[in-house]
Design a protein around this ligand. Sequence first.
Ligand code: FAD
Ligand code: UDP
Length: 400
Amino acid sequence: MSIQSGLPQSFNPDAYDVIIVGAGYAGATCARRLAEACGYKVAILERRPHIAGNAYDRLDDAGILIHEYGPHIYHTVDDRVHQFLSRFTEWTDYQHKVLANIHGQLMPVPFNHASLKLAFGEEKGEHLYQKLVATFGENKKVPIMELRSKNDPELSEVADYVYENIFLYYTMKQWGKTPDQIDPSITGRVPVFVGDDDRYFPAAPHQGMPAEGYTRLFERLLDHDLINVFLDVDARDLISVNSDSLLVCGRPYGGDVVYTGPLDELFGSDLGALPYRTLDMVFETLDQDQFQPVGTVNYTTSEDFTRITEFKNMTGQVVPGKTTIMREYSKAFEPGSGQTPYYAILEDESQKLYQAYRDRVRPLLNFYVVGRLAEYRYYDMDGVVASALALSDEIIATNR
Ligand code: FAD
Ligand code: UDP
């Protein structure tokens, strides 16, 4: 493996069997599998000055391991993904917990048995809990939009409380829309939990943090003789695509291209820019051991930011007298502004626009799209790895 900044003068695309755009989970997973299974020589072009995509972590000036592009907590139910990633890292047993700050009171999110008692008092909370158990069963997840649809005064009281205090203001800040106006799968990621488990991902049998961090995981993932990574290279300077040709360095390219960036960018967004939400992440190092009791506190009824993450609480790193926290401010992504497109907008209109771009690359048999940006999906890390493993299977099968 080599990782270098920029492309050498001598760069010859024909010396590679596959060119991969992006060194995040999607690109790095495909690179490793194609190098291992097909003996492919792989060039990865990455426009950032580092590998690992949005999972990139690094030590800050205070020596604290931070996640540059937002808090990343690994969790999956997918055994294949877990086995694959576990080749490149050990995991800590960190179990992510989130508290909502509701008018100054902290209560568990997903909203659970304990939250009910904090919100409604011991006795009434217990009564409402038994009602939820009788209706949905114990240890069940109930999306807020489903709970709201129940026609029962007591369930409605719970639903109204959770909607007003957990979802409404946070969702307005995150998406600029109310929970009723966005795709229900989004709020469904954080369902009410009818039970005592206070973890953010109660269903995930595999969860934790990579023991030496995400960037180290990626260094190992990309550590293969046949993989060369070129940082600070925007693939659009080399690759041009239209429905009947794929040119690399101005010449038809016979190898494969795996693209993990935003699809509209490849076409100069000529049909219109795909909409996204972006985030301003504001880091602050404080002269104290600890700022808050858990990894993340969601501000669900106050403040302009959505949440505060305290990295030491997630990584378990011990740095006496210092801690780094980060506030996230969400806003509409402005194309061409240099902002990072973090969240695809799951609406009919944007999905149609995405499909129009996707249709354009479909005829190109050696051009593949994969990943959170290129598939315009709300993928977690494990979802991206699963998708990249599936795509690699497909490419490997056609090359046997
Ligand atoms: P990316 O990581 O975005 O990688 C794509 C890479 O392609 C980027 O490095 C980009 O620079 C590069 N690229 C794009 N265009 C070009 C080009 N033209 N030329 C060269 N390079 C290019 N998932 C979890 O499982 N748990 C979490 O807790 C979690 N938290 C998250 C928090 C936030 C704030 C965000 C935004 C996401 C979070 N995720 C989380 C999701 C996770 O970040 C993604 O699922 C995953 O990183 C996506 O990997 P990817 O390879 O598809 O994309
Ligand atoms: N959400 C909310 N309040 C919360 C947590 C989540 O309203 O306390 C909603 C909000 O719309 C958010 C979505 O649920 O965008 C998904 O939350 P998640 O924590 O999965 O978001 P991510 O970590 O991907 O930003």
